[in-house]
Design a protein around this ligand. Structure first.
Ligand code: DC
Length: 229
């Protein structure tokens, strides 16, 4: 395998709440790469659509909104993660809103939008030196990535992690509701006609149910070292 200009392309997929971002960021930091969470792009478009009052079911209007936006991806303070900016504004906080989470799957099922996002993602990752995570990165965006990882964990463990995270941030949290929301999102991602969440046949599957995020990152770093050390 030939290293690209800036390093390997490391692609990672997996269901909601499995820790892809935490792990991806840890791996990228160790390698001096950039990390991109592609879910942010779908969320950012959803947020903008809700802001300007576009009917999110109108596929043509949502696509034309995506085309009008000035998309930028700028490193966070730490310098590892590329955050999504919309029309000159960082949208990190607003895209985590519950309303955005609930509505993002309809935007993510829009074929024109997926094509548009895929083009953006390839442009960002083509030079290498990147860890990119999402639902279709190993299967569609970078099927020829140097490393393809599918991160999994049981639904109960994913719900527990999210519950603990919310509690630690001082939010009120209901474990049963969290589990239900994750199950709904899984179902939406799996049943989508275009580029649904699926395991690439040649992806390395890591079950993180009984592992810490640090242990998962170490596993991936070992894999990379073994593969190309
Ligand atoms: O990872 P996330 O939950 O923040 O993603 C937000 C939405 O975008 C969710 O509905 C899944 C979808 N998504 C997608 O369809 N493809 C990707 N590559 C990343 C996210």
């Amino acid at each position: 395998m030939k290293k690209r200009r800036k390093g390997w392309i490391i692609a990672m997929d997996g269901p909601a709440g499995v820790g892809k971002s935490t792990v991806g960021n840890l791996v990228a930091k160790r390698l001096g790469y950039h990390f991109i969470n592609t879910g942010e792009m779908y969320r950012a478009l959803t947020w903008k659509g809700l802001e300007v009052g576009v009917d999110l079911n109108d596929q043509g209007k949502v696509l034309s909104l995506a085309q009008k936006i000035k998309w930028q991806f700028k490193p966070n303070e730490e310098g590892t993660t590329l955050k999504t900016w919309v029309d000159g504004e960082p949208v990190t906080t607003q895209i985590r809103d519950e309303r955005v989470s609930r509505n993002s799957s309809v935007v993510a099922a829009n074929p024109g939008v997926r094509k548009f996002m895929c083009r953006l993602q390839r442009r960002l990752g083509n030079g290498g030196g990147i860890v990119m995570e999402g639902r279709d990165i190993t299967t569609h965006v970078f099927p020829d990535a140097d490393f393809k990882i599918y991160l999994d964990a049981s639904i109960d463990e994913r719900a527990d992690r999210r519950y603990r995270q919310l509690k630690a941030q001082g939010h009120d949290a209901d474990r049963a509701k969290i589990k239900e929301a994750i199950l709904t999102r899984d179902l939406n991602d799996l049943k989508r006609k275009i580029n649904p969440l699926s395991q690439a046949v040649d992806a390395i599957v890591i079950d993180s149910t009984h592992l810490s995020m640090k242990q998962v990152a170490q596993k991936i770093l070992r894999l990379i070292k073994r593969g190309h050390g």
